[in-house]
Structure formats: C-alpha cells, structure tokens
Ligand binder design. Structure first.
Ligand code: GLN
Length: 409
C-alpha cells in the first residue's frame, strides 16, 4: 500500500519546508500563521497546564468541555441538537480524524472519489487504508487572463456521475477548498448529495476552513442538506480556527454509526488528542460569539488576501481569487528559470511547478507550494501551471513578500 502513487516520495511540505530554504526566505508555502493564537486562548492553554488532570489522558472521545463547546458553536450551523457522547469526536488534528474514518470504513478495493486538485493528504490516507482514489476534475476557466474567482472552478456533474461504480464507498468534499479556495455552492452540493443518496455513499466533508469565507459568501454544510446528515461526517480544526496549526486538535461530527467505529479507530491510532490544548480550544469556542472573534478574524484575512491579490494584479499573471481558505493559486507558467539551475535532487524529476517554486524561493525569496502535488501522478501536468501562495501571515510580511514578488514582472 505504501508503494501506491507517490506515498513514499518526500512530501511537498518537507521539500519546501522553511528548514530547507534560506533563513530570510519569506514562507508563503505550508499554510500556517506567523502570528500567535489569540491571547485569551493561549492563556487558557497555560491555565490548563496548571491543572493536574488536564496534563493526562483525555477520554478518547475528547474532553467533555471541548465537546460541549463544539456543540454550542456547531448546533446552529449544523441545524442539529448534537449528542456530545455519540455525534462529536475530538481528533489529533483534522488529518488524523479523516485517517480514522478511512480506517473504520474502507475495505480493500473500496473506491473513494475526490475532486482534483485535492489536499494531498487524502491520497495517502485513502491508499494506506486500502482504498482506491478516483479523481473527478475541478475545471478552471479556459484561457483565463488576470484575476478570476475560485467559483469559476467547476465540477461537471456528468463526470462525477460516471466516476461512481459499484465499488464506490465515499465522496470527499472539501469546502472551502484547499488549494483552490473555492466555496462550493448550494447547487453544487445538492448535485453531490443527490448522487450520494442515489448510490448509498458516505460523504466526508472537510470543512477545516469554515471560519474563513469572504465577501459575504455562504458556507453551506452538505450535512445540512435534506437526508445528508445520515451519511456525512463533517471535519473541523482548531488549528485553522484559532491560528494554532501545531496544536493538532480537530473534530468530527456525524451520526452515531459513523462516529462509533471512528472512535474505535482513533482510540487505537492515538488513544486521545493532547489534553491541555483541548481545554484551550474549548475556552476559545466558548468565547467566540461574545468576542465576535470569527467575524473579526475573517475581516483580517480579507485584508491579507488583498495585499497578495493587488501584487498579482500588477504582475499581470492569471490567478484565482479565493472565496475562502487562505490560499491563492498563481499561474507561474510564464515564470522563466534556467534549465541548468542547481535544483536539489528532490525537485529534479518533478514537474515544472516544483522547479518554478524552488527558483522563486531561492532567487526572489518567497516560498510557495507547487500544485502538481495536489494532482495524481497521471494528471500532474495539469497542476504544473500553478504555485500556491498562503496568506495566513501578518500584513507586514505579506507586503514585504509582495515587494519581492514584483521582480517576477
Ligand atoms: N493544510 C496545510 C496546507 O495545506 C498543510 C498541512 C499538512 O498536513 N502538511 O498548507
């Protein structure tokens, strides 16, 4: 199983890791913040460290305070009265939660549909658990010039329908989408939901960027569409919500028959997520409403997005303006570099985008992520056009990066 695809190759996050790049390279690669979580949340973490029980194992379902805080925030959004014992599971980051779902549900040879490009972790997590990934394209607009909205990346319902076979077990939905930034519309989710119901499929809805949706767009949760709660597991993350990606605290919501076996899997994989930071995430969620935290945070991210989009406007290269998440795809097919540039071995032999991103990181001083990694090997050439820039950084850093990127003109 580990031989499947590029699972054994060095992964993109390790290659473009800040540790491999010059110290003064500005990191717009892997999506993590260069600012701290809010102080009232880190204070709660410090407080938890002073409580003996919070330094020890939690119940594998997650600490009750966090499950209750999740219920408070997510009941209205999921239009449910969530059962904190049976329908909520805290996981060691969203990644581990998704892995545990695959462990719980995939039989060898089961097919899992994902929209391509896809967050790279899905491919390895599905194949490590014996599943077979099946790819359905998200189509960018043809002949794009300049800025275009992530909503212009479209699914073709016929392609989705014809990807379904008797072996299909699950569809992975990711909205807001990494790396495209697309926020799936209600109409698109209704198409996916209708097919899931017609073919009796599970849906894994990765919504870790749910608090980062811009321009008043509506984040629709597929679990809220008629008949969909019963077949959907919804994924969320403290890392994205509270600028704490290294905490590894995530969560799942779903019906008992999905959560129960997933709990069994997660109990064996990690036993429980780390305890003091669950307490801190709980404190965070308990206060978001009264502090209007997510509203303020979204406005800050919209400002950060604007810094990079105005830079990319001035470059005159095509790029996707994201409706959600904190990623921008820039078309780097016109960025030139010498063929004999001294690329490291991990970059040689990969797509053109790997070279472009390396060259931009070393010569311009801004790192990004090559997007062919978000395509399967067979379709990697489609992604080779793009580099993904993360804007989860403070404004000064983004302005400094923009000045450097002007050299791409
Ligand atoms: N979600 C992060 C990103 O896309 C990466 C996280 C990871 O698993 N490496 O940048």
């Amino acid at each position: 199983r580990l031989k499947h695809g590029r699972a054994l190759a060095e992964d993109v996050w390790s290659i473009y890791n800040a540790a491999n790049l010059p110290a003064d390279c500005i990191n717009l690669g892997q999506g993590y913040m260069n600012f701290a979580p809010p102080e009232w949340v880190t204070n709660a973490a410090k407080e938890a460290l002073g409580v003996v029980a919070a330094n020890h194992y939690s119940h594998p379902k997650g600490r009750i305070r966090l499950r209750q805080a999740l219920k408070k925030v997510y009941d209205p959004q999921l239009k449910r009265n969530l059962d904190v014992e049976k329908e909520i599971l805290v996981t060691s980051g969203a990644n581990e939660g998704q892995y545990a779902v695959f462990t719980a549900f995939l039989e060898p040879g089961d097919e899992v549909i994902m929209f391509e490009p896809f967050f790279d972790q899905y491919l390895a997590s599905v194949t490590f658990n014996g599943g077979i990934p099946v790819y359905v394209p998200l189509h960018p607009p043809a002949n794009a010039t300049g800025q275009f909205s992530s909503e212009e990346w479209k699914i073709n319902p016929d392609e989705l329908r014809s990807a379904i076979t008797p072996r299909t077990k699950m569809i992975i939905v990711n909205t807001p989408h990494n790396p495209v930034g697309k926020v799936f519309t209600r109409a698109e989710l209704e198409i996916i939901a209708a097919l899931a119901k017609e073919h009796n499929l599970l849906v894994m809805s990765d919504e870790v960027y749910d608090t980062l949706v811009f321009d008043g767009k509506e984040h629709v949760r597929i679990a809220t569409l008629p008949g969909m709660w019963d077949r959907t597991v919804t994924v969320g993350s403290a890392g994205k919500s509270f600028a704490a990606t290294g905490w590894r605290v995530g969560w799942l919501f779903g019906p008992e028959y999905i959560i129960k076996p997933t709990l069994a899997a997660t109990t064996r994989i990690v036993f429980c997520s780390n305890s003091p930071l669950q307490e801190a995430a709980a404190a965070g969620l308990e206060q978001v409403q009264e502090r209007k935290f997510f509203e303020t945070q979204t406005a800050e991210y919209a400002e950060r997005r604007a810094v990079l989009t105005s830079c990319f406007d001035s470059l005159g290269l095509p790029y996707t303006n994201p409706e959600g998440s904190y990623f921008i795809l820039l078309d780097v097919s016109r960025v030139k570099f010498p063929d004999d540039y001294p690329f490291p071995p991990s970059v040689l032999g990969r797509g053109r985008d790997f070279k472009a991103c390396w060259f931009i990181a070393i010569e311009i001083g801004v790192s990004s992520i090559p997007v062919s990694e978000f395509y399967c090997i067979e379709h990697a050439n489609i992604g080779e056009v793009y580099a993904r820039f993360a804007f989860c950084k403070d404004l000064d850093t983004l302005m400094h990066a923009s000045e450097r990127l002007e050299k791409l003109k």
